[in-house]
Design a protein around this ligand. Structure first.
Ligand code: URA
Length: 212
């Protein structure tokens, strides 16, 4: 499994503001949006393209355009929704599917409560949006769901990752024949007893949308 931790001063700067407990929801949402666009640039490094013949005002030339089928962006509800605009800004022609996952706070186990995805994902490159890779339970369940539908290349984009979650993902998909990658803005120290990433940024869903 490929893991890429974005190493860029602008990412680090925005991530620091995001972590700060004094950052209010509107600012938090704007920072997530900006960070995701930066991460999307890294995450789409291997997006498939095909040659495209065009003519500039000066001469004919060969460039590239995105290959069919279109990439699929899958925000994990609810907090992944806060990452969607930043992602589709960079990939406006991508299709968007939705996966609702909920984590039981006592067992930390993830289960699916809503799906809106194509039945057949064969040949699709999928970009999964989930801000916090903590225990890895949610992402393992989400990626398994996509693989079962035939996805043949998956990149998870996470604002923060914990080593425990990365290890769980690597255990689940490290020897998979389908390439699985994680792109994150920061690799943190670990998890606390409640399953929160430390130092982290708290509950990403609550900070994006308030406590409901
Ligand atoms: N989910 C969050 O929103 N924050 C964490 O730190 C861990 C899981």
């Amino acid at each position: 499994m490929r893991t890429h931790v974005a190493d860029h001063p602008l990412v680090a700067h925005k991530l620091t503001a995001l972590r700060d407990e004094r950052t209010d929801s509107p600012t938090f949402r704007r920072l997530v949006d900006e960070l995701v666009t930066l991460l999307a640039y890294e995450a789409t490094r291997d997006v498939r393209t095909v040659p495209a013949r065009i003519t500039t005002p000066v001469a004919p030339t060969t460039g590239v355009r995105l290959a069919a089928p279109k990439p699929l962006v899958v925000p994990i509800l609810r907090a992944g929704l806060g990452m969607l605009d930043g992602m589709v800004r960079l990939l406006p022609t991508a299709e968007v599917g939705f996966l609702g996952m909920i984590r039981d706070e006592s067992t930390l186990k993830a289960s699916t409560y809503a799906t809106r995805l194509p039945e057949d994902l064969s040949g699709r490159q999928c970009y999964v949006l989930d801000p916090m890779l903590a225990t890895g339970g949610t992402l393992v369940a989400a990626l398994t769901f996509l693989l079962d539908r035939g996805a043949d290349d998956i990149t998870a984009i996470c604002l923060l990752a914990a080593p425990e979650g990365l290890a769980v993902l690597d255990q689940a998909f490290g020897s998979s024949s389908v390439p699985v990658s994680v792109v994150t803005a920061g690799l943190d120290e670990g998890l606390n007893e409640l399953g929160y990433i430390v130092p982290g940024l708290g509950d990403a869903g609550d900070r994006l949308y308030g406590v409901v």
